[in-house]
Ligand binder design. Structure first.
Ligand SMILES: Cc1cc2nc3c(=O)[nH]c(=O)nc-3n(C[C@H](O)[C@H](O)[C@H](O)COP(=O)(O)OP(=O)(O)OC[C@H]3O[C@@H](n4cnc5c(N)ncnc54)[C@H](O)[C@@H]3O)c2cc1C
Length: 405
């Protein structure tokens, strides 16, 4: 155990580990990466590992383009393995109003320099024969999209950070961040106190709890997301484009000779981490496979194989949703030295390399490399959601991640 650090990062998922990596890379700093569980063991390794470049706004597209570059150069950068496949993806509309969204996506994507084109339903099915054309009214091919092995990202960044001098402290629970005269001065952990002027709350599903222990509120909701990995299927090549059915919010991507698939269901299950107790591990999260079978039924005209493919693995994790669908990155207002890297909105792993670098720069230089104000915790300063309103808005953001209207 150490007694002093320049920065303490709380949580070694993708967001925390990437931040620790880029801080350590600068050199000359004592960076401690703490986790109450094993390093990178909670929600991050349970993700789908899909990278989605067509987003609702220019800023996110810019950030995702950077994330793609960083995923490609991950091994060169960290000297740690990362398996990734540049498969591209197909965004599928089944209703005229979603076809309009695709038309807008196409314009925005082109303007932002993405490899996007609208193709016929038949052409989309030709690119991925597991997709059937019935009921498809529009299809967008997104050449920039890719996927990676989610289990390698957080652990890779953490090991890379360690190589660059960061101190990893697994199974070390942060119980309080000590704030004196509006400044962070220390973190209290189960292994003792660490004096530090800077903390990063990257505690994933526990972000809110960590902040609230120091009377800082942050509006996000721990939300269940589940997926199935099928047994291998004849013809399921690893380079087939991923498919996203907009209105049903169902996704598939090749995985281990079969497919991995999931859904952003209507009315997701939220968790209060306090109720789950201090020793709760995401691997023990209650799962509900019926959510997926209902989704499979909803898309059976397009993805018939989901009805019969055998299940190899069924897993889930607890990402965090925000009311406006934007991530939470940057300093907490009114407390010097308290930073957040959270509010992942079920897309935090793919953006973690970019956010890690940006937050490290923000901490060290006092400002981010580009304007990230839409993600800043300061945007919540004059907002006060009731828990019910927060959950309602978060559920809407969750269900509408693919932009369906
Ligand atoms: C089924 C599923 C599919 C997904 N698909 C995608 C996808 O395709 N693309 C994508 O980008 N994202 C996807 N996600 C979301 C992605 O997993 C998350 O955005 C990302 O992993 C969030 O990382 P994190 O660092 O915030 O959280 P975590 O990985 O949960 O890390 C937080 C860490 O903080 C630690 N911690 C908490 N409290 C404390 C404390 N008090 N003291 C010390 N340590 C603490 C925890 O132990 C944990 O290890 C998916 C998620 C799921 C579940």
């Amino acid at each position: 155990m150490i007694s002093k650090a320049d920065v303490v990062v709380i949580g070694s998922g993708g967001l925390g580990a990437a931040t620790a990596y880029y801080l350590a890379k600068r050199g000359g700093l004592t960076v401690a990466l703490l986790d109450k569980h094993d390093i990178g063991s909670q929600t991050s390794p349970r993700a789908a590992g899909m990278v989605s470049c067509v987003r609702k706004g220019d800023l996110m597209i810019t950030l995702m383009k950077d994330a793609c570059r960083k995923i490609e150069s991950f091994t060169e950068e960290t000297e740690q393995p990362l398996d990734w496949v540049h498969s591209g993806s197909l965004k599928i509309a089944r209703r005229p109003q979603d076809a309009d969204v695709i038309a807008a996506d196409l314009q925005r994507g082109k303007r932002m320099g993405l490899d996007v084109e609208e193709i016929s339903p038949g052409a989309a099915c030709h690119l991925n024969p597991f997709l059937k054309p019935a009921g498809v009214v529009a299809a967008l091919r997104i050449g920039d999209d890719r996927y990676f092995d989610p289990a390698q990202v957080a652990v890779g960044f953490a090991r890379g950070a360690q190589t660059k001098g960061a101190i990893l402290l697994p199974r070390t629970n942060v119980t309080e961040i000590i704030i004196e005269a509006g400044k962070v001065t220390a973190v209290q952990t189960t292994g003792g106190q660490i004096r530090t002027p800077v903390v990063v709350d990257a505690a994933g599903a526990w972000t809110r709890q960590v902040a609230e222990a120091s009377d800082i509120s942050v509006p996000l909701v721990p939300t269940r997301q589940q997926l199935i990995v099928t047994e291998p299927l004849e013809g399921a090549r690893s380079d087939l484009p991923m498919v996203r059915i907009m209105d049903a919010a169902v996704y598939i991507r090749p995985c281990q000779g079969g497919f991995l698939w999931g859904v952003y269901e209507e009315g997701p299950r939220f968790f209060d981490m306090k109720v789950l107790g201090p020793a709760f591990d995401v691997k023990d999260m209650p799962l509900d496979v019926e959510v997926l079978w209902r989704a499979a039924e909803e898309v059976k005209a397009q993805l018939l194989f989901l009805q019969t493919a055998k299940t190899r693995e069924f897993r889930g994790g607890i990402p965090t949703m925000t009311a406006d669908g934007h991530h939470i990155l940057g300093p907490a207002p009114a407390v010097k030295g308290f930073f957040f890297a959270s509010g992942c909105n079920v897309a935090g792993l793919s953006i973690s390399p970019t956010f890690g670098e940006a937050l490290a720069a923000w901490i060290l230089n006092g400002q981010p490399p580009i304007d990230l104000s839409p993600m800043s915790p300061a945007r919540f300063s004059n907002k006060n959601w009731s828990e019910e309103q927060l959950q309602r808005d978060a559920a809407w953001q969750y269900r509408h991640f693919y932009g369906a209207v």
